[in-house]
Design a protein around this ligand. Sequence first.
Ligand code: FES
Length: 104
Amino acid sequence: MARNPVELAGATPGPSFEITMDGRAVPVLPGQSIAAALWSAGILAWRTTRVNGRPRGAFCGIGSCFDCLATVNGAPNQRACLVPARPGDLVTTQEGHGRADLAV
Ligand code: FES
């Protein structure tokens, strides 16, 4: 017997919507975090490290490690695992510390 969390909770999810990740449309179910939506779409990395430019995505998934930082609607350093996705959110890959706009 196949069971999933929706069946166990007796929930009826609302309609899906879309966010955009680096220009790519990503489907989202109501209640998903940005990280959950990106994972569901097969996107595993959305940040590069400050020193070596290595790819990073979600690690802990509970707001503790800061690996999942992303730029959301132009605001850098948002923990994607904690930010609920909202219709039309524009998510972009964050390079380094995410503050290139402050460079002199
Ligand atoms: S995955 Fe660790 S803070 Fe988001």
